[in-house]
Design a binder for this molecule. Structure first.
Ligand SMILES: [Zn+2]
Ligand SMILES: [Zn+2]
Length: 406
């Protein structure tokens, strides 16, 4: 009871010390206490301090002299959100299926790839260390499953799907290939490359031809060899990287379209993502996979069904139906007003892809990424547009009517 009375007195004292004038209330907390009431306020504070020290046994007002923290100096745990709408009843999964660690010729420990993926807003990755090229073998043991096994529990904690994979690394032909969804990467470490493909296939692997136009292997050309026809015939080739690291291969778009292979974009990162790509203003190359849910089985089913689109820079490369579905799900045009010369629409873009439209009569429309744009379509102009950054083949882009009819 005595304590309660003391508290009440302290409260009255502090109120009277601070609010003496209803006409002119000063924000004393923002200035130094160099005025006449400061002594009274300090006395009140010290009484409160003494009171709390007594009841808690801990002095909350003293600084810890052994360890003070400055959390403002370090990054918050921040994950980017990639905006690409779901389509055709599937979830849009953002994936990178090609990356290296110290277990081949990369520079990072496997868990770093998981952190980078989480920060970049990805849903799934595959670590694909070279099976035949492992410079750190004498230090790290040379088990081709190690990078997956080290990163897998960490990926699970961070809700990143980690796919077990490896890069079949051969001279041209046939070149380099990523085998995904493996159960034992070591079984692919064999002399004859056809035996490596066979071992991958026996594990139900999904196989991608990597960087087909890489100048180290095809300096003057990007050639489809007979062996690729043979691999395709055997069911041992399912996708092609149309984009790798910072380069893309227009002719590979034709292969994907003609031969019904999946369009794939990957980083093939060896160093650090943040020092290679401008992750704040742009993004690493990403394969968008349209899966029933966020599970390895659904991802595998989607890839084998070619439900994927390659995204790099401001370009999407994929089949006509998937590109059309992404465009339709992204762009919402609401009629705003009609002038004598044109119709004006408020156009929302729900995706991080800026769409560039061009019509035969020279009309150009830019629909900015993830924002609303006011678009002016002159009367009597063609409403059939080519979306110049949505590519189906090396020479064919998606064509749409704009505004899209519902
Ligand atoms: Zn490679
Ligand atoms: Zn690679």
């Amino acid at each position: 009871m005595k304590q309660l009375l003391l508290l009440l007195m302290i409260f009255i004292l502090s109120v009277s010390a601070n609010n003496g004038n209803m006409n002119n209330v000063k924000m004393r907390s923002v200035v130094n206490p160099g005025y006449k009431n400061s002594l009274a306020i300090l006395t009140v504070k010290s009484k409160i301090k003494a009171y709390f020290s007594t009841i808690s046994g801990v002095n909350l007002f003293e600084k810890d002299k052994n360890n003070q923290q400055m959390p403002e100096l370090v990054n918050e745990n921040k994950r980017q959100i990639i905006h690409i709408p779901d389509i055709q009843g599937y979830k849009t999964m953002k994936c990178d299926f090609h990356m290296h660690t110290v277990f081949s010729d990369g520079v990072v420990w496997p868990t770093v790839r998981v952190d980078e993926a989480w920060e970049d807003g990805l849903d799934a990755i595959a670590i694909t260390d070279h099976i035949e090229n492992n410079p750190s073998k004498s230090f790290l043991g040379g088990d081709d499953n190690s990078s997956y096994e080290i990163a897998a529990p960490y990926a699970k904690d961070k809700n990143i799907l980690l796919i077990r994979g490896g890069e079949i690394t051969r001279s041209m032909p046939p070149g380099h290939f990523n085998a995904l969804f493996l159960s034992d990467v070591n079984k692919l470490d064999v002399l004859d490359y056809m035996d490596a493909f066979k071992a991958a296939s026996e594990q139900g692997a999904y196989i991608i031809w990597n960087h087909p136009g890489w100048k180290a292997q095809q300096p003057d050309t990007c050639k489809w060899w007979d062996v690729h026809t043979e691999l395709k015939k055997k069911g041992w080739l399912h996708g092609v990287e149309v984009f790798n690291e910072q380069e893309w291969y227009p002719i590979a778009l034709d292969w994907c379209n003609d031969k019904k292979l999946t369009y794939i974009a990957t980083s093939d990162i060896h160093g650090l993502i943040a020092s290679t790509y401008n992750v704040h203003e742009s993004h690493r190359p990403v394969t968008l996979v349209f899966a029933a849910d966020k599970t390895e089985d659904a991802l595998r089913d989607a890839l084998f069904a070619n439900r994927a689109v390659a995204w790099f820079g401001n370009y999407l490369a994929g089949s006509e139906d998937l590109l059309s579905a992404i465009f339709r799900a992204s762009v919402v045009a609401d009629f705003a007003e009609e002038t004598q010369k044109s119709k004006i629409y408020n156009v929302k873009n729900l995706s991080d892809v800026a769409y560039q439209l061009a019509s035969d009569d020279g009309t150009r429309i830019k629909i900015l990424a993830y924002s609303e744009t006011r678009v002016n379509i002159p009367n009597n102009h063609d409403l059939r547009f080519e979306v110049t950054n949505l590519m189906i083949t090396a020479t064919q882009n998606l064509k749409i009517d704009f505004p899209v009819s519902k």
